[in-house]
Every structure is written in C-alpha cells, then in structure tokens.
Design a binder for this molecule. Structure first.
Ligand code: NAD
Ligand code: ZN
Length: 354
C-alpha cells in the first residue's frame, strides 16, 4: 500500500492506494458511531458484499443511488438527507462514498451539508475517481447546469483499492484514463512519455502500473490544488481540454459523449491551438495515433456546429469577459492561461473536424 498526503487549508488527509487493501478499512473506522454508506446499483451488485466483510461491527445503513449522473439530482440528494434523519445520523457518524465520481460528488455534498457537515470517506471504484476524489469539490447538478450546487469539502481519507477497477466497462476506462493523460500533459513530459511507451491498450495495463499512473495523476492534481484550493488562478490548469470538452458534452447532450471522451477531443484541440499560438514542440500526429490505438476518437464530430459550440465555450463558467480562455501548453508540462483569437479558434475547429 502506498500513501499520498494531501494538504489543504481546512485539513490534511491521506490517500491510501494499493491492490486489495480494502481490509485496511476496518481499523480506520473505529472512531465513528454509525456508518452511512452511499453507493450505486452497479457497485451494490459487484462489491457491496466485499465491502461489508471489512466493516467494523457498528450500526450501518446503506443508501443505493441510481447509477452514474442520475445520482447527482436534487431529488436523490433529498432522499439521502431524509435517510440520514430517519436513521438518526449525527456528527459522530461517517458517510462512506463507495463508487465513482458521481457517488463521490453526491455523498460528499450530503456529508458537507447534513447538519452543517459530518465526516466523510471516499472509496473510489473508477479510474476517473483518481481525479474527482482529490480537491474537495463536491456537487449535484441543476437543470440549468452541471455541478452548479456544491461545496468545497475534504474527506477524512481516501482508500483507493485498484482491485475494483477490473470490472469497469471499456468506455469508463477510456473516460477516466483521459484525465490521467491530461495530468501528464500539464505536468511532466517524462510521465507522458512513459504512458505513450508503455500503455498500448487500456484493457491490459498491469495492475501495479495502473496504481503507479493513478498515484502520479493524483499527485499532479494535489500539488496544483494545494497551491490554489479555491480556483483563483492555477487550479484552472486542470481544465486543460475542458473548455471545448464541456461545450461538446453540453452540445451533444450529456450522455452521448462521456466526460473523458469529450475532454480527449478538447485536449487535441488545445494541443493544436498550442501549436498555432506557441509553436508547441510536440508531434500531435504521433499522439493521436497513440490515442487511436487506445480506442479514443479525437476528431470533432462532423455534425457539430462551430457557432453553437462557441456559444457554449463563452458560457463556460471559467471564461472571463465573454471570450473563452484556454489552457494551452508552451511546452509539455508547462501550461498557461491564454485568450485565443476567434479566427484561430474557428480555423483549428474545422481542421480537427475533417
Ligand atoms: P460514475 O460514478 O458515474 O461511474 C460511471 C459508471 O461506472 C456508473 O454507471 C457506475 O455505476 C459504474 N461503475 C463504477 N465503478 C464501477 C466498477 N468498479 N465496475 C463496474 N462499473 C462501475 O462516473 P465517474 O466516471 O467515476 O465520474 C464522473 C463524475 O465525476 C461526473 O459526475 C463528474 O462531474 C464528476 N467529477 C467530479 C470531479 C470533482 O473534482 N469533484 C472531477 C471530475 C469529475
Ligand atoms: Zn474532467
């Protein structure tokens, strides 16, 4: 088992990562009075029994949320709060988020707001969750926008057992690994090089290597968040690929493209813009041929209309003064925030569409 220490202004906490480390949970829950597990239907059928083997002998209640994004609604949130009240949870209780990013976001928001905040623990089960479990952002969705109601709230600890990743559907693997690739691109050319040399299929990454890549990705995120917890400046680097990514997600309706699939197209767009603006020294051709081997689509879908996508990019909550700001790379590992000329945005969009 490996431990990564996370430092934030409100608290410092450990991330434990390893294969088959779920047995470590028992002793770590000793201090709490009651356990409140929030998970989803997929995880319930695959892993709830495994988890239950390692719970200490304490009063435990389990809430099963719908799978995926359907968990992050006001109505599910309200059900979670009612469930907590009915079962008499208080500030000595603890919420266990057992699942992917959607469960982490929902359960974290429940923990942040129930009785003005009770402890919570993240037990991630997806690759994507190496990203969502770090940084303390928790949220549910509003019909007018994703993640629009939330808080900054840190867990007591994260216990990341990579054994759970083996059952992830390919599409979810791709979606989550896009953020690993992002973390490499914005921080460290050697990390990127290692990924490009060693990873030839997302289905056959040895578990030990996967653990190493996820740890490294979490470290990149943790370092940035440590310097800028509340997203005043450099935390925006984590949005590399996300300006177009969010717009494509919104434009296609959430559901057609997974988050990571949309972000990967956004990453290629941001790389191409970086070439236009900073002559980024990097072979995009080699990069996209690697992406293709991993099963990613990187072209902007032909039916996407530039003007519509542009409107979404401007509306993105991270853009300042009505013109979209992009995270670009001056070099691999050296991100910078940059406004980009309309003409370049449009030309590059069409270049990647065909
Ligand atoms: P998810 O939680 O929706 O999980 C994806 C799907 O995989 C679900 O159907 C789930 O039931 C299933 N699943 C989960 N673990 C599994 C396993 N081990 N085996 C088989 N199936 C499994 O999604 P995600 O991709 O982990 O996270 C996406 C969410 O994370 C989005 O809501 C996004 O907004 C959020 N997010 C939050 C942050 C943050 O900083 N808080 C960062 C990035 C993303
Ligand atoms: Zn993302």
């Amino acid at each position: 088992m490996d431990t990564l220490d996370i430092y934030t202004s409100s608290k410092n906490y450990p991330v434990y990562i390893g294969n088959e480390i779920i047995n470590q949970l028992t002793e770590k829950l000793e201090g709490y009075s009651k356990l409140y597990i929030i998970t989803d239907k997929h995880i319930e059928s695959l892993y709830l029994q495994t988890l239950q083997k390692y719970l200490p002998d304490k009063e435990t209640h389990i809430f099963i949320a719908p799978n995926g994004e359907d968990a992050k609604t006001f109505s599910v949130y309200e059900e979670c709060i009612s469930f907590a009240l009915q079962n008499g949870f208080d500030r000595r209780s603890v919420v266990l988020a057992f699942g992917g990013g959607a469960i982490g976001d929902l359960a974290g928001f429940v923990a942040a707001t129930y009785m003005r905040g009770i402890p919570f623990i993240q037990i991630p089960t997806t690759i994507l969750a190496h990203d969502s479990a770090i940084g303390g952002k928790v949220a549910i969705n509003h019909s007018l926008g994703k993640n629009m109601v939330g808080a900054f709230y840190q867990p007591e600890f994260v216990l990341y057992d990579v054994q759970f990743l083996t059952t992830l559907p390919s599409r979810e693997k791709r979606s989550g690994f896009a953020e690993v690739i992002k973390h490499a691109l914005i921080s460290d050319s050697r990390f990127l090089q290692e990924l490009m040399e060693k990873v030839d299929s997302l289905e056959s990454i040895p578990i030990h290597d996967m653990q190493k890549y996820l740890r490294k990705g979490m470290e990149v995120k943790a370092n940035i968040v440590h310097l800028d917890e509340k997203e005043r400046n450099i935390r925006a680097y984590l949005n590399f690929g996300h300006t177009l990514g969010h717009a494509l997600e919104a434009n296609a309706g959430y559901g057609n493209l997974t988050h990571g699939e949309a972000v990967m197209i956004g990453i290629v767009y941001a790389l191409q813009l970086s070439k236009e603006v900073f002559q980024l020294p990097f072979s995009i051709k080699e990069f996209v041929s690697w992406l293709e081997r991993l099963g990613y689509k990187w072209r902007i879908p032909a039916n996407m209309d530039y003007d519509a996508v542009y409107e979404w990019m401007v509306r993105d909550k991270k853009s300042v003064s009505n013109s979209p700001t992009f995270v670009l790379l001056q070099e691999i590992g050296i991100p910078i925030l940059q406004k980009v000329d309309q003409a370049i945005l449009q030309k590059t969009f069409h270049l990647l569409q065909t």
